[in-house]
Design a protein around this ligand. Structure first.
Ligand code: SF4
Length: 195
């Protein structure tokens, strides 16, 4: 039986992020959304007005009923890797609105909290060793900073941990070093002793 997005979501709810993240990596790069089923659809359909991060998902579904069928059906027929990437990107961005990967914003609240509450240090160390981890933005930035400043780290492992290509990792490291270069050592103004 083929995997569906709901089984990846269920595993994530149980604390196993690996299947969702691994699937999302199959839709790599900047243009991952080009084969999404929602391309060229009315964006308002995917942002139901009655829904939001603090709504009760059951009452939203009861209130909106059939009007949720269209976006839900589109998500259900979206390529699995694209749907997984869509959901992972929404978690990375802590996106509080709109349907992503077939989940209403209110249905994503628990996953968003779990993603943000991860042990940053542990996730960073894991990603540096090449383990797939659900990285928050600060954790991801920390991995890039460590890689950019520690030549002993294995680029292939770090790229795997971050879920990016080797080339893109090198680009991120260059960008980080450039951002740091201008900072330099703060100037110390020495006040001469009074004669
Ligand atoms: S899963 Fe995401 S990318 Fe796919 S149709 Fe739904 S909202 Fe669009």
């Amino acid at each position: 039986m083929s995997t569906v997005i709901s089984s990846l979501i269920e595993a994530a709810h149980r604390g196993n992020w690996l299947p969702l993240i691994e699937e999302s990596k199959k839709a790599p790069g900047k243009h991952w959304a080009e084969s999404a089923r929602c391309v060229n659809q009315d964006i308002n359909v995917f942002v139901p007005l009655a829904d939001g991060p603090r709504e009760d998902p059951d009452s939203v579904k009861a209130k909106l009923g059939i009007s949720l069928n269209r976006p839900r059906n589109l998500c259900a027929s979206c390529p699995l890797a694209v749907a997984a990437r869509c959901l992972v990107e929404s978690l990375k961005d802590d996106d509080e609105y709109g349907i992503r990967g077939s989940l209403l914003a209110s249905e994503r609240s628990e996953l968003r909290r779990a993603w943000q509450d991860q042990d940053t240090e542990k996730a960073v160390e894991g990603a540096l060793r090449g383990c797939t981890a659900a990285l928050t933005k600060p954790a991801r930035d920390a991995v890039i900073a460590r890689f950019a400043t520690d030549p002993s780290l294995d680029a292939a492992a770090v790229a795997r941990g971050l879920g990016v290509t080797h080339e893109y990792l090198l680009k991120l490291a260059r960008r980080y070093r450039k951002s740091q270069a201008g900072r330099g050592t703060p100037t110390v103004h020495v006040v001469p002793d009074a004669a």
